[in-house]
Design a protein around this ligand. Structure first.
Ligand SMILES: *Cc1c(COP(=O)(O)O)cnc(C)c1O
Length: 394
């Protein structure tokens, strides 16, 4: 027989091994939890049989003009998109009254929130955010290898804004090690918000060296004459350390396209441009977002429906003895626990899933007694309530 040398044994590394080789910030990280496996649930219930109220999507869909704009791009799929996204930036600049050089486009605002930490925070530096703040803040901080300083939220029994951001406590948490502060207004998953005066005071006290990121994913749903909900936009000219992020995923109903943007000082945008992937927003998405911006009436229509449905849904849930937190968004946070039965939320959630109703469990946020419910269309909300009645009876 031959004297061939034996084949070397195959290289086998498991996740723990790769984690040991990963950068320190990544080592302790858990991947973003997107909730239930919707692909499997759609296969089980059929798309029409599943009631998807777990991801804060727009139940009315995108503007028809956005859909038409995508079809109009089909002849150009072999071309790279405009690497600068110049037309969309111009349209956004005109809408918000800023210079196009103050805008950075992202593959969803999630990407931009991650990149802000990557660029501006690192080992031995602090990032400050509120408990129950948007989950990406923690992910971005850890990924950058920075230290998280999580500030206690307002108490559960707070008279007006339970679980909301405590701006005074956030201010007090800022130290010379702080590089970045993340705020969400309104916040997900709590639905809570803070007002203009409170935010203006906050910004006037934040040291100029600290960059404040104001995540405004739901701003278009709240800005219908709602002076109560602060936006960072009017303060951008006064505070070069302020960054506002927005998205096309919620009020514009374009979550599937993955487009978000930030508005900030030109210098900040220029530095962020250095790490941006050259073609991070695709051609059909650029065209669709531009078209969506032109169709203001679709946006306003959806906002009006959302407010009306949110109020009806909150009332109907309260009528069933459930505690509903205040919200200026397209979702409500609802307490399903009972004093004598802490496990009820888990049981209700499981029973709803078995009936093809998807809500978002909140255990990952440290709020196991709550479920987050996206405000659907009128017929969706009715279907939810009837499934819920069924579950609460049994
Ligand atoms: C949904 C959401 C986003 C948007 O993420 P995209 O990546 O733009 O889809 C950002 N921040 C908050 C608080 C959100 O709820």
């Amino acid at each position: 027989m031959s004297t061939a040398t034996s084949t070397p044994s195959p290289v086998r590394h498991d996740e723990a091994w790769f984690a040991s080789r990963a950068q320190p910030g990544v080592r302790g990280l858990r991947a973003y939890d997107p909730g239930h496996d919707l692909v499997a649930l759609r296969a089980r219930f059929g798309e029409a049989g599943l009631l998807e109220l777990g991801s804060n999507e727009n139940p009315y869909g995108a503007s028809p003009e956005a859909r038409a704009a995508i079809l109009d791009q089909m002849h150009a799929l072999h071309r790279y998109p405009d690497p600068l996204g110049a037309d969309l930036k111009r349209a956004l600049a005109a809408k918000h009254g800023v210079d196009a050089a103050q805008i950075l486009l992202g593959n969803g605002s999630h990407e931009l929130l991650m990149q802000l930490a990557q660029v501006f925070a690192g080992p031995d530096q602090d990032v400050v955010y509120s408990r129950y703040g948007f989950a990406v803040f923690a992910l971005a901080t850890q990924c950058a290898g920075a230290r998280a300083h999580v500030v206690e939220a307002l108490p559960r029994d707070h008279a007006t804004m339970p679980l909301g951001h405590d701006l005074d406590a956030i201010l007090a948490a800022i130290t010379p090690a702080t590089r970045l502060v993340y705020l969400a207004n309104p916040n997900n998953p709590t639905g809570t918000w803070f007002g203009r005066d409170a935010f203006a005071t906050f910004m006037s006290k934040v040291p100029a060296e600290v960059i404040v990121v104001m995540d405004e994913a739901y701003a278009e749903l709240a800005d219908d004459g709602d002076t109560d909900v602060a936006s960072g936009l009017p303060l951008l000219a006064r505070h070069a350390n302020l960054v506002v992020t927005r998205t096309f995923s919620k009020a514009y109903g374009l979550a599937g396209l993955r487009v978000g943007y930030l508005l900030a000082a030109r210098g900040l945008v220029a530095v962020m441009e250095r790490v941006r992937e050259s073609f991070n927003v695709n051609g059909p998405a650029l065209a669709a977002c531009e078209a969506a911006l032109r169709d203001e009436s679709h946006l306003v229509w959806g906002r009006t429906r959302n407010r009306e449905q949110r109020e009806q849904l909150a009332e109907a849930l309260q009528a069933r003895g459930l505690r509903v937190l205040p919200s200026r968004t397209n979702f409500v946070l609802v307490d399903f626990s009972r004093q004598d039965d802490a496990a009820r939320t888990v049981q209700v959630e499981a029973a709803l899933i078995a009936r093809g109703v998807v809500l978002r469990p909140m255990a990952g946020y440290g709020l196991p007694e709550y479920l987050r419910i996206t405000v659907g269309s009128q017929s969706e909300n009715r279907a939810l309530l009837s499934a819920l009645d069924d579950v609460l009876r049994s």
